[in-house]
Design a protein around this ligand. Structure first.
Ligand SMILES: [Zn+2]
Length: 195
């Protein structure tokens, strides 16, 4: 396979990019100036070193601790538990949530071999144990796996004396948090139900 075909194949592995779009991108790059191509390449190459997981919440971060965890003005009594780092970004756009986050990096999916030890759960327990956390808001997606994970976390933290609630109202069942609009998210946060 020649270099151009290899590039097209590599690009088509990106989410939402089919063979046709990948080819369009590759041909566009061929026509682009070298400086742009170099910069794009470097940004991609440096990604794993520059962006690491926050040691506190697991969100993507440019330093050991992310900007949200470093912000002392937030409400330390609240932790919102989400599946993926992009969910943090989505919830932040609603400007409704003032607490901190915890990113699981997945959900329980026994059929796919994803168990509790594959998720960022251990550090959640230590966070609850060491801080003044009063409520966990589970904002996993409204799917079977998201619900299973929410119930698992509730059982896991039951003895720690924190309230556990679930972001549900207004979110489409089987939907993805990523695609919810700002207003829906704001309403989901206000109308969260106790688990
Ligand atoms: Zn963090």
């Amino acid at each position: 396979m020649n270099h151009l075909d290899q590039l097209i194949q590599a690009l088509s592995r990106l989410p939402g990019i089919g063979k046709k779009s990948a080819a369009r991108m590759a041909y566009h790059l061929l026509r682009s100036d070298r400086e742009y191509i170099r910069q794009l390449g470097e940004l991609i190459i440096d990604l794993p070193e520059r962006i690491v997981r926050c040691g506190v919440c697991g969100n993507y971060s440019e330093g050991e601790t992310c900007g949200i965890c470093r912000d002392p003005r937030r409400d330390s009594r609240l932790i919102c538990v989400v599946e993926q780092p992009q969910d943090v970004a989505v919830l932040e756009t609603s400007h409704e949530f003032q607490g901190y986050y915890h990113v699981l990096h997945g959900v329980l999916a026994p059929l796919d071999g994803v168990g509790p030890s594959d998720l960022n759960l251990q550090s959640l327990i230590s966070r609850i144990g060491s801080g003044n956390v009063e409520e966990l808001i589970i904002a996993t997606n409204p799917t079977v796996e998201g619900d299973t994970t929410a119930l698992y976390i509730k059982k896991l933290v039951e003895h720690l004396g924190v309230k556990v609630s679930r972001l549900a109202l207004g979110l489409p069942v089987g939907g993805d948090l990523e695609y919810a609009d700002r207003l829906t998210l704001a309403r989901s946060l206000k109308g969260r139900t106790s688990l």
